[in-house]
Design a binder for this molecule. Structure first.
Ligand code: ZN
Ligand code: FE
Length: 257
């Protein structure tokens, strides 16, 4: 399996997931069609599937066009039928998606949207997280609350540390700048910030991350960090000891960062 990150729109990533054996590919989040066709051609692969993480336009805006051009299956949460354009295969957690010889399983991770799905290629240790888990961040809570986002992130955080994390936006530098304000002594954060800034200066993506890297740098997975808790409680004296309170305050702060 090969994963090709394709920068689209302003700061989105679509991904071409290529089965090198059968020379077929899936697009994860089709926002623009032409760049995906070009990527597939460069890989010598035919696009047979689209995996949509959630219904926002910057993740599904190209679904109708690609479905008109190619005989593709379009996968997304069955409950988002009507919100995900050109959906042919509504899926639920526990289902299996086949792309050539590759196997993906959807993981339901609501809160950014109520039907948000992550896609896990377990055999290849690859996880596509859309706008739920970003490198050093998480999505805004448009259709869920802090407790629900914590539960969703916990499901992803339960995967093995080497699992590669392919997220929906290039927000890494800004996210790490925020993380560093909460944990100025966390060397994993300052090191990754320096690395990410250098990557961006070179015009390179900061994806993929890994679950292991997220555990050590992502404030939304680090509500147990003493340094983070003290930073949050300094700014919000009314915040108590419950993890969900720390998480909610961290999310509120990030909304304004
Ligand atoms: Zn979104
Ligand atoms: Fe998005």
């Amino acid at each position: 399996m090969r994963v090709v990150p394709v920068p689209v729109l302003h700061d989105n990533y679509s991904y071409l997931v290529v089965d090198e054996v059968e020379k077929v590919a899936a697009v994860v989040d089709c926002a623009e069609v032409e760049p995906m066709l070009a990527a597939a051609q460069a890989e010598g692969a035919t696009i047979t599937a689209v995996l949509s993480t959630h219904h926002h336009y910057d993740h599904v805006g190209g679904n109708e066009e690609i479905a008109a051009k190619l005989p593709v299956r379009v996968y997304g949460n069955a409950d988002d039928d009507g919100r995900i354009p050109a959906l042919t295969d509504g899926v639920r957690e526990g289902d299996t998606i086949h792309v050539g010889s590759l196997v993906a399983r959807p993981i339901l991770v609501p809160a950014h949207t109520s039907g948000h799905m992550a896609y896990h290629f377990e055999e290849h240790r690859a996880l596509f997280t859309g706008d739920t888990l970003f490198a050093a961040g998480c999505g805004r809570l448009f259709e869920g609350d802090p407790a629900q986002m914590m539960d969703s992130l916990a499901k992803l955080n339960a995967l093995p540390e080497p699992t590669k994390v392919y997220c929906g936006h290039e927000y890494t530098v800004r996210n790490l700048e925020f993380a560093a304000t909460l944990e100025p002594k966390n060397k994993a954060i300052s090191d990754k910030l320096a690395w990410s800034a250098a990557r961006r200066r070179d015009g390179q993506p900061t994806v993929p991350s890994t679950i292991g890297s997220e555990r050590s740098t992502n404030p939304f997975l680090r509500t147990r960090s003493q340094e983070l808790r003290e930073s949050i409680q300094e700014r919000f004296p009314e915040v108590g000891e419950q993890d969900v309170e720390i998480f909610a305050a961290t999310r509120r702060l990030k909304d304004e960062f």
